[in-house]
Design a protein around this ligand. Structure first.
Ligand code: BJW
Length: 230
């Protein structure tokens, strides 16, 4: 069975009403993501960083999967390909659309993490700097999100999947952030065909064998239809 690894970024959730990071309007209250998504920013102003993620947790809960999320779930459910979604997104729209094999390499808004003891639990809707950890009681709780300078989750599993992939597809990501931005090269080196689906070509556009340009809600269902018709 053909193995497909699909990397998704903020662009796939844009038409569900969730803001991207680097497009026009992709700023949060005037902050660049690099200024709020670092361990140093959290140490400096934890209330600000919690506010950022509380706001995004509420926005994600109110959002609905769009036709692109639904198409990827349909591709997996059809059972003709082995599909793994590696998402940089911290929303749960892939799961709510019905996708099963999903890795959240940059963490999840649904998770809380104790910076002191490493304990993980389900995040409440609103988190605050003084929230005690349920395991060690220290007020060191943070969102379970991978910030700049931290190691993304499940990298061994991702690299193994990229090595075995027949097809690598990148959807709605700008190619600014590593290691995800290098996955196209990792997959191509291992022999996979590569396809980019994006509103605009990403920074790594020249590394892809093929590209389709347009909104995810149109081009992802079109691509899935083509694949399932073949
Ligand atoms: C549409 C659309 C529509 C819009 N339809 N498309 C120098 C060189 C190389 C690397 C580094 C370096 N200095 C530092 C680094 C490493 C650093 C890094 O990459 N920095 C760069 C800024 C240079 N990376 C890290 O620190 C990572 N960790 C790490 O490297 O660990 C060490 C390691 C070593 C060896 C192996 C492995 C690891 C951690 C990165 C953590 C990123 N965290 C964030 C925030 C947390 C999550 C959150 O709050 O949500 O993750 S940053 C932010 O960027 C977020 C996103 O997941 C990530 C990617 O953004 P994305 O998804 O691409 O969004 P945008 O806005 O950039 O693009 C949107 C796209 O959608 C565009 O292309 C549009 O065209 C498109 N679009 N509407 C289709 N309707």
């Amino acid at each position: 069975m053909e193995k497909i690894v699909i990397l998704t970024g903020a662009g796939i959730s844009a038409e569900s009403g969730l803001r991207t990071f680097r497009d026009a309007g992709g700023l949060w209250e005037g902050y660049r993501i690099e200024e709020v998504a670092t361990p140093e920013a959290f140490a400096r102003d934890p209330a600000l960083v919690h506010d950022f993620y509380n706001m995004r947790r509420a926005a994600a809960a109110a959002a609905r999967p769009n036709a692109a999320h639904a198409a990827l779930a349909r591709l997996e459910a059809a059972g003709r390909h082995e599909v793994l979604i590696v998402t940089q997104n911290v929303d749960d729209l892939h799961e709510r659309a019905g996708s099963v094999h999903v890795i959240h390499m940059h963490g999840s808004l649904a998770g809380a993490l104790c910076a002191a003891c490493g304990y993980r639990w389900a995040a409440p809707a609103v988190m605050a700097p003084q929230d005690p950890c349920p395991a060690c009681a220290r007020p060191a709780t943070r969102p379970d999100i991978v910030w700049f300078g931290e190691m993304p989750y499940q990298m061994d599993r991702i690299w193994q999947a990229l090595r075995q992939a027949d097809l690598f597809v990148s959807i709605g990501t700008s190619g600014n952030v590593y290691p995800a931005a290098a996955f196209v090269q990792d997959a191509a080196r291992a022999g996979a065909r590569t396809l980019e689906l994006n509103l605009e070509p990403s920074l790594g556009a020249r590394d892809f064998d093929e590209a389709r340009i347009g909104p995810a809600s149109r081009i992802v269902p079109d691509w899935v239809d083509t694949l399932l018709r073949a």
